[in-house]
Write a protein that binds this ligand. Structure first.
Ligand code: NAI
Length: 247
């Protein structure tokens, strides 16, 4: 039996990086994957890739910061498949600068995507999960939400905020058999860290007891565990997947 057999799994930011690999992984495990990504072309490319491998997927161009778009997308999923089993709030952006140089605009952009986007998606799917008395919500935090990071005041604030949101929703939604958890990735080799100089990357590896960056696959595997039947009594937790960089 595949680990996500016949589950309907919505993955935000599923067109690229960690989200793309997670989409492929859940599809390989038997899920119907619904990608919500602001980049409709890339989402479509991932959908095609999944279908070429024999998996089931759908791509919807959705800007998670726009509640009407998210509501309409959730309703479309419910109408087509009759259920939404898992929501992975994976979409996220960075706009790095020290406080001195950070503009209100870049502060707000990061809050809009990383926090309000998660609020919008969660609010749109929970009525469906409540109706089916089952659901899994997985939020993508970050080690920097636990420990802070130079030049990432906006990003770290959102990722710490997600941890508070995760714990609160675990308390509120538990009675409906909905689990809410967060994954806190360490430094993962995706486009997001593409702008970081080689020297800094080497330093990160040096500081990581496992002496490497994480891979999107490492994070997708954590998503899969939290969405699986094995994790049915795991809720309100923050799973660090970081090669022990934070201990
Ligand atoms: P990425 O930049 O490769 O992919 C992010 C995806 O989100 C893209 O497909 C993008 O189009 C989509 N997206 C951005 N804004 C959106 C919006 N408003 N609505 C819908 N989709 C939107 O990023 P990556 O590295 O795969 O990161 C995924 C998640 O993991 C993010 O939440 C990120 O903060 C988190 N993370 C990443 C780490 C890393 O080292 N790469 C470390 C810790 C956390």
């Amino acid at each position: 039996m595949k680990r996500a057999q016949d589950k309907v799994v919505v993955i935000t930011g599923g067109a690229n990086g960690i989200g793309r690999v997670a989409s492929l992984k859940f599809a390989a495990e038997g899920a119907t994957v619904v990608i919500w990504d602001i980049n409709g072309d890339k989402a479509e490319a991932t959908r095609t890739e999944i279908e070429a491998l024999g998996g089931k997927a759908e791509a919807q161009a959705v800007d998670t910061t726009q509640p009407e778009q998210v509501e309409a997308a959730a309703e479309a999923v419910r109408q087509k498949y009759g259920r939404i089993d898992v929501l992975i709030n994976n979409a996220g952006i960075t706009r790095d600068a020290t406080l001195k140089k950070m503009t209100l605009q870049s502060w707000q952009q990061v809050l809009d995507v990383n926090l309000t986007g998660v609020f919008n998606c969660t609010k749109a799917v929970t009525p469906h999960m409540e109706a089916q008395q089952a659901g899994r919500i997985i939020n993508t935090a970050s080690v920097v939400g636990l420990y802070g990071n130079f030049g990432q005041a906006n990003y770290a604030a959102t990722k710490a905020g997600l941890i508070g949101l995760t714990k609160t929703l675990a308390k509120e939604l538990g009675k409906h058999n909905i689990t809410v958890n967060a994954v806190a990735p360490g430094f993962i080799a995706t486009d997001m860290i593409g702008t970081i100089p080689e020297k800094v990357i080497d330093m990160m590896k040096e500081r990581t007891p496992l002496r490497r960056l994480g891979t999107p696959e490492d994070i997708a595997s954590a998503y899969l565990f939290l969405a699986s039947d094995e994790a049915s009594f795991v809720s309100g937790t923050v799973l660090s997947v970081d090669g022990a960089v934070t201990i």
